[in-house]
Ligand binder design. Structure first.
Ligand code: NCD
Length: 303
């Protein structure tokens, strides 16, 4: 039995197979409509979510399965003091697979160690968000035809943004990737990630101004400042509008550059950019459903 805690849990070859499956699901959804009949997905969300939870639920429903779960820790027994380990042992009696989001780093890993069903990390604190990374990679692969030889800018809250940490890990295994980290001084990538990049001799730079690097990017991954992970509101207010991607800034970008964003967007991409064909963050949401369908089938060993 396999779990998914980190995008690195899958080899590059396994990811390729997963993305091929997702691409086939996109083309022939009817062929997969009954694959999970009789199976249940539990969504255990101890932190807010719109896309991740609903895309997991849509994925399971599209496969003919059903869904149980909670979307708020306050409505679960966590509010009575139940541990994640106990909760997953209980959930294992009800469901065949579980997607868990938790504010504490490592909580889904603890759950996985006690679970008798596959557990998927749907975001743990400021740590990892592997299924968003699968979504991001599938989007890039589908729209660009490859996952190597890119200059990718990651902009915004690189310190607390778990989607950034997972994506950088995952992309670091492909050839010819150059990372441009664009953040204010206070929100730079965590030291451990910088160390990993150094130790693998990967190519990266850290800059503050988005405008200056815009012309050289093949991909721009925008992120929101993660208010819920700040220790004080003043720092958040000072940093929240540090970057706003506008039409004027997009004029400096290549004609085939793609703008991705895990969403939710707050203010970091002006709505005027939404109509630009290079803005693919809403398309990305669709890929998130296909890739989660492929993931559920893979972890349930139904392919
Ligand atoms: C992200 C998350 O939860 O980390 N959202 C998502 O799942 N698409 C990004 C964010 O909240 O900023």
């Amino acid at each position: 039995m396999r779990h998914l805690m980190n995008p690195m849990d899958f080899s590059v070859e396994e990811l390729d197979r997963l993305f091929d499956l997702a691409a086939d699901i996109e083309k022939h959804p009817e062929a997969y409509a009954h694959k999970c009949e009789g199976k249940k997905l539990a969504t255990c969300f101890y932190e807010p979510s719109t896309r991740t939870r609903l895309s997991f639920e849509s994925a399971m429903l599209n496969l003919g399965g059903s869904v149980i779960g909670f979307s708020d820790a306050g409505s679960s027994s966590a509010s009575k003091g139940e541990s994640v380990s106990d909760t997953i042992r209980v959930i294992s009696c009800f469901a065949d697979i579980c997607a868990m989001r938790h504010p504490k780093e490592g909580a889904p890993m603890v759950a996985a160690s006690r679970s008798s069903i596959p557990v998927i990390n749907a975001g743990d604190g400021g740590h990892q968000h592997p299924t968003q990374t699968l979504t991001d990679l599938l989007t890039i692969r589908s729209l660009k035809g490859r996952l190597d030889h890119f200059t990718i800018g990651l902009c915004g809250d690189l310190k607390f943004g778990r989607t950034v940490h997972s994506l950088v890990n995952a992309l670091s295994r492909y050839e010819g990737i150059h990372f441009v980290f664009i953040s204010p001084e206070e929100l730079r990538i965590p030291g451990y990630l910088r160390e990993t990049l150094w130790s693998k001799a990967l190519s990266f730079e850290e800059v503050i101004r988005l405008e200056d690097v815009m012309p050289k990017l093949d991909l721009l991954y925008m992120t929101r400042v993660q208010r819920e992970r700040f220790f004080n509101e003043e720092d958040y207010v000072r940093l929240k509008d540090f970057y706003v991607l506008t039409k004027a800034k997009m004029e400096r970008a290549r004609e085939d550059m793609l703008v991705l964003h895990p969403l939710p967007r707050v203010n970091e991409i002006s709505v005027e950019v939404d109509d630009d064909p290079r803005a693919v963050y809403f398309k990305q949401v669709r890929y998130g459903v296909y890739v989660r369908m492929a993931l559920i089938l893979t972890l349930l060993e139904l392919v």
